[in-house]
Write a protein that binds this ligand. Sequence first.
Ligand code: PLP
Length: 420
Amino acid sequence: MARTTIWHPFTQHGVEPLETEIMRAKGAWLETTDNQRILDAISSWWVVTHGHRHPVIVDAIKAQADRLDQVIFAGFTHPTADTLANKLVSIAPPGLAHVFYSDSGSTSVEVALKMALGYWRGIGEPRTRIAALEHGYHGDTIGTMSAGSRGLFNATYEPLLFDVVRIPFPETGREQATLDALETACREAPLAALIVEPLIAGAGGMKIYSAATLAEMKRICTHHGALLIADEVMTGWGRTGTLFACEQAGITPDILCVAKGITGGSLPLAATLASPAVYDAHFSEDRARTLFHSSSFTANAICCAAALANITIWEEEPVMDRIANVAAMQLSHVAALAEDPRFENPRCLGTIAAIDLRVPDGGYLASAGPALRAHFLSRGVLLRPLGNTIYVMPPYCASASDLALAYDAIRSIPPDLTSA
Ligand code: PLP
């Protein structure tokens, strides 16, 4: 394999073939430099929601670029960020009232963790213990890796990671064990916060759990005064069938992280929303109680314009109908695959579908992984299994024929890649 100037993410350049070069994109489709079309069946890492280059977002980006590109956000603000913050508060689960901008899912979670510790310090009762769910993924920075589950991805960095209280994942039928563990953790010593991906652990294997369990976790946290951080970086913006996954449990977290689809997936922006209590614990004449966080591009005006345009699309277009349509198609495709002995654990949540391929060696490094990716690409479909877990998470504009193509590619997996 050739050494490359660009060092790609999650890529072992020593074994992986040269990357596919994309020249343009539209809707659910990518187009390579040599004019091959590839279906973006994973929304480019769960980022793109409505489809690539939605005209309303493209126009908003152009218009904002003509007015204001970037301005320091400490001591300064701009109308696009102000309008967006108010919109975010109005559509988020009720009770979240303050918006802190950043630029990626990871930073939105880092900010959430800092807000939680700042809250406890601010109210004069310092708590620092963080609890997190097994199989969780919250990003690749040191703090978010600490909260995420441990394994191959972060073994090298382990000495730098801080300890969290690990709560067992609420597997179907074993939810009580999760709730009991959370209750015990809260009783053992005061917990600053529990961080969860609501309803589904994404990168940890597309593992789904019930809304009732999420509601119970919130109830236990509230009872013990622990904050609940909902990381909706993947689940937000309609992926699970509602605008935010927390809605399905009827809960409002104390802190909510959103990114990816906030701009429809067009530009990097993130936001951490906080309850009045969390904000008020920092609001003071004492400068030491400042939320000490910033990144250069906080609330970049062009990104904020893209986010406002995204919300306009939600308000003016039948986005929920598109989501329901994708969800229904996913259900029927996955039901059909479930009949096939090569697959197991079919599951769907809103627009997200996943199934496990029976392989001799499971896990992220399952030898089938790279071969599966190459197979899908040869069929004109971008799918990037998590080990032997194949998931389909298309943009909401995906048509019946788009999804049929994705599932044809899955059905045509060469026999030597499965153990069935
Ligand atoms: N949190 C969740 C639930 C995610 O799925 C991701 C990314 O996939 C992140 C955080 C990190 O987001 P980013 O890659 O934008 O830093």
